[in-house]
Design a protein. Sequence first.
Length: 244
Amino acid sequence: MMKTTSVRAAAVALFASVALANTTFASAATPQIGLRQDAKLGSILTGDKGMTLYLYTKDTPGVTNCYEQCAAAWPPLLADTLPKLPAGMPGKVTLVERKDGAQQVAYNGWPLYYWVRDQKAGDTTGQDVGKVWYAVNPGPPVNTTKSGELGEYLVAPNGMTLYMFTKDEKGVSTCYDGCATAWPPLLTAYLPAEKGSKLGTTLRKDGALQVTYVGQPLYYWAKDSKPGDTTGQNVGKVWFVVKP
């Protein structure tokens, strides 16, 4: 009798979970796309109600391969009309037609999804599920800019200057605690492995992935207040802008 009761309770809980997910991830005619700063994943895309958006590495640009049970667990971000990106956010949104004719939002070609186990804004429980699902960073992860004094150097997607720390070893960050407060690392949720790319990642002590350039971990400088600032150049004779 107790076993039967437990099964019924589990079924009720499952039904409630699915109902909650269907309510939470109900599609909007024009969903809102936003940005949120995550302590381990960096800047990531969010959808309606601030819920985290994910990509599926088994998709191809402009094509979704997530249907049936997959789509039940990873509800696609649907739209009747193309949503707008936040002001100043790089990248491009498009609509991908699904098999049933519904239109799914894609960012830089990647179709976007929610994860049913995320219960509230800020949840990122879908990160790295199956080694194929990842939160979406605005990208590309690194760009370049020029100044008359410094020439060409690397900047983040938000235009802020990126720096290297000469006390780091190749592929290893040694900047933590107070150092990381002053020099926040450039974090990523997912970085595709592209042949010949000089970009990579290094795993930090807290499990976060930090972007590297030719093995050199990349950082911001807390005292830079706007794109174009390079006040971190030559600080302590160990911090420098990164030349491409």
